[in-house]
Design a protein around this ligand. Structure first.
Ligand code: BGC
Length: 773
């Protein structure tokens, strides 16, 4: 009752103030503005500004009032000098509409490399530069926050959004995310680190209950968020659609308040993912849990907040807490600071950054000596270019992560720029096919499937068969062949094993035919993988002379691939996830959606049973995700975590490990022992002494990348971690526990290639956390 009276009297005082005498928001008068706000104004500020978002039938990327194509806004309250702010997707660049009515001006944004490509660089300084370029475009296009980075863990290679995320390892995820965030925020705009938390699948993503043990949650699924939040203070966090252990993330007090704020000390705002009102999730529960901003926003949500306070179901103190955080956010934004945006970011400069970062993220998976072309390897002037994606190169994935880029350099253009010609006949065949496939796709797409909408970018077209007679003709004129194997994926849909993880029959046949015919003529074949996620390679890798994983490397893709093929850049990308032999080798595949036949699915649904993989997903594998499983249990893989070849060789000195206070330093010297300049990534894995908990054989605890070393040159890398980073999560005590004993630091070039070890005796440590999840 007392609360109710306070709320009503505050409202009365505030509404009697005229616009003239109402305080105008400044960074130093937040208390005063808060005191002057009516309950209605407070409720408005906690709800995104998209009034007719749902009436328009849009789901994502549709709120157009301030910046056409931006995903959402926050509400303006002019009486108090509170401006609207603009939130745009990400994470691979600013996602806004490239054209606008009434002007010929264009608003294309640079397509940067996707998340998996950025993490493959293992180069935090470079990722910081990418972040700064993205932050600059965000600001110049009149936006305040970019909705990224995506830091969900690669639990399984079938997740449709893995391309937006970084790794199966939380340390690599957290470090790359922190660098991206520091870069973006150095431009005076914010990020929204997403999707918090355990959003490991797209199937039924808005309702699936991700059931995960507190240990796996803390050590894996939350750890990347924790590192990035502690190291880079993101302005905003986006709560995911799914449930975690039965409770929607959006109203999960454990996640949003206990872990995020109490344990990690987070000070920024939390926003929801784009859903609006749900029948089974009261708006006031979200506000109470610590969700400061409900996106994209429906006026009814504000009404429910007002009603909640009036009825005493929602404490005004909780509303005020969230409003204060919103005001603290707003005073930092370019919108509030009246930044004079240009709508003309330096796209040329950013194209150079995207090319450089993509090239560094490309991973050389195999090389029998054919590469680099025209340097030490084969002499190649003309290439027979196979595979539809060579001509329709994928710069990024689909869904809200797709950027409207000014152009995409395909392989014809990229090779051409490097002085390598391509076959006119194949160009004609494939370009005609791509044209046809695009028209067919548009005609057949389902109007209700928003994720298939035009605006969501390049789609999936099946590979075509090329007659061996045609290949036989090509081999005469070409010095080598390239086959591009492409995979598209994105928001709303997971990948399927048979046609997306595995190769299709057409693709397999193409590899066999091209390799047989070119090899018979003594000419090499390179396979370029143009995919955001992992594919099967073991059944065909033996045929190719070289394989490069180009990911979806952004708009300069063809140039980046050519830089690697010609040795202009020596590859230094390393895999941020394991490439298994079969998708089923990941324990999580057993309970990943997509395994159930339709009859069982429909029968279960019809009888009201919760369907595994859809209504809920048990993370039965616990912490045994990625290399933690493969390495500990000795399961063979196609390419291990951290793997990637170079055109040169590196020798490691003996690692040294020392401890000063809480800081542990690992140093190692790395020498270029080959004949080309190149960069090496030193990876520090730690094996813990035996304690109470079952632990992985080793876990990544630090890494460092050398500068470009000339042949014969050495560099000593110094990598640091904290003692607490050695801890495992003990559910019994709700605590991070470092067991006392000797830790072995294993330094190498990938998880299975350890070049030297050093031991360190470490004292026990127990760090209590909130009891949560
Ligand atoms: C996606 C988010 C995105 C938001 C706004 C949602 O559907 O999950 O990643 O930022 O839409 O477009």
């Amino acid at each position: 009752m007392k609360k109710l009276k306070t709320a009503i009297s505050a409202t009365l005082i505030a509404t009697t103030m005229t616009a003239q005498n109402a305080p105008q928001l400044r960074a130093d008068n937040i208390d005063e503005v808060l005191a002057a706000m009516t309950l209605e104004e407070k409720a408005k500020l906690l709800v995104g500004g998209a009034n007719n978002f749902f009436d328009q039938g849009a789901v994502v990327g549709g709120e157009a009032s301030l910046v056409a194509g931006a995903a959402g806004t926050t509400a303006a309250i002019p009486r108090l000098g509170i401006p609207a702010t603009v939130l745009t997707d990400g994470p691979a660049g600013v996602r806004i509409n490239p054209t606008r009515e009434g002007t010929d001006q264009t608003f294309y944004a640079t397509g940067f490399p996707i998340g998996s490509c950025l993490s493959s660089t293992w180069n935090t300084e470079l990722v910081r530069q990418v972040g700064a370029a993205i932050g600059n475009e965000t600001k110049e296009y009149r936006c305040d926050v970019i909705l990224g980075p995506g830091v969900n863990l690669h639990r399984n290679p079938l997740c449709g959004r893995n391309f937006e995320y970084y790794s199966e390892d939380p340390l690599l995820t957290g470090k790359i995310a922190a660098a991206y965030i520091q870069g973006v925020q150095s431009e005076g705009v914010g990020v929204s680190i997403k999707h918090y938390a355990v959003n490991s699948q797209e199937t039924d993503r808005t309702s699936v209950d991700e059931r995960v043990s507190p240990r796996a949650a803390r050590e894996l699924y939350l750890k990347g968020f924790e590192i990035a939040i502690r190291e880079s203070a993101p302005w905003t966090v986006m709560a995911s659609y799914n449930r975690v252990n039965g409770v929607y993330s959006m109203k999960n007090h454990d996640l949003l308040t206990k872990i995020l704020r109490d344990d990690w000390g987070y000070k920024g705002i939390v926003m929801t993912d784009w859903i609006g009102i749900r029948k089974d999730l009261p708006t006031i529960d979200e506000v109470y849990a610590g969700n400061d901003l409900l996106e994209p926003g429906q006026p009814k949500q504000s009404e429910e907040i007002v009603e909640g306070v009036r009825s005493g179901k929602l404490a005004i103190a909780d509303v005020d807490r969230n409003v204060r955080r919103m005001l603290e956010y707003i005073v930092k934004t370019p919108s509030f600071l009246h930044y004079a945006y240009t709508n003309k970011p330096d796209l040329k400069l950013h194209a150079d950054i995207t090319r450089k970062s993509a090239t560094e993220g490309i991973v050389l998976l195999k090389n029998n000596g054919t590469l680099p072309w025209n340097m030490t390897g084969s002499k190649v002037k003309t290439v027979a270019l196979f595979g539809e994606k060579s001509y329709n190169f994928l710069s990024g994935g689909t869904g809200s992560g797709c950027v409207h880029t000014p152009y995409v350099v395909d392989l014809v253009e990229g090779l051409g720029n490097a002085g390598i010609g391509t076959s006119a006949v194949l160009t004609e065949i494939y370009r005609k096919y791509v044209e046809y496939a695009k028209v067919k796709f548009q005609a057949e797409r389902h109007p209700a499937r928003w994720y298939q909408m035009d605006a969501f970018g390049q789609q999936k077209y099946p590979e075509i068969s090329i007659n061996p007679i045609c290949i036989n003709n090509e081999v005469k004129a070409a010095d080598a062949a390239i086959i591009t194997i492409g995979r598209q994926a994105g928001e709303g849909v997971d990948r399927d094993i048979d046609t997306e993880f595995n190769l299709t029959n057409e693709e397999r046949q193409l590899i066999y035919d091209v390799c047989n015919i070119f090899h018979a003529a003594g000419k090499p074949v390179v396979v370029v993988i143009n995919s955001g996620s992992v594919i099967e390679t073991s059944s065909w890798s033996g045929y190719a002379d070289a394989i490069i994983c180009a990911w979806q490397p952004g708009e300069e893709g063809g140039n980046s691939v050519a830089d690697i093929l010609t040795g202009k850049v020596n590859p230094s990308g390393r895999l941020p996830m394991t490439w298994p032999i079969a998708a089923e080798d990941h324990p999580s595949t057993a309970n990943y959606p997509g395994k159930m036949d339709l009859y069982t699915f429909e029968t279960m649904k019809a009888n009201g049973y919760p369907v595994p993989g859809y209504d809920y997903t048990d993370h039965q594998e616990g912490i045994w995700v990625g290399y933690r499983h493969f390495d500990t249990r000795g399961v063979k893989v196609a390419y291990p975590f951290g793997y990637g070849l170079s055109y040169t060789t590196f020798e490691y000195g003996k690692p040294q490990v020392t401890q000063k206070g809480e800081v542990i330093e690992v140093s190692v010297s790395v020498k270029n022992t080959g004949s080309m300049p190149g960069k090496e990534v030193a990876q520090v894995y730690v094996s813990a002494p035996k304690g109470q908990l079952d632990k992985p054989a080793k876990e990544l605890k630090a890494f460092g990348k050398t500068r470009e070393l000339k042949p014969g040159e050495s560099q000593t890398l110094k990598m640091t971690l904290q003692r607490r980073d050695l801890a495992s999560f003990d559910e019994q005590q709700s605590a991070w526990v470092v067991d006392e004993g000797t830790y072995t630091f294993k330094v190498g070039s990938h998880v299975l290639d350890i070049r030297g070890t050093a031991a360190l005796k470490v004292k026990a440590l127990v760090e209590k956390t909130s009891k949560a999840l």
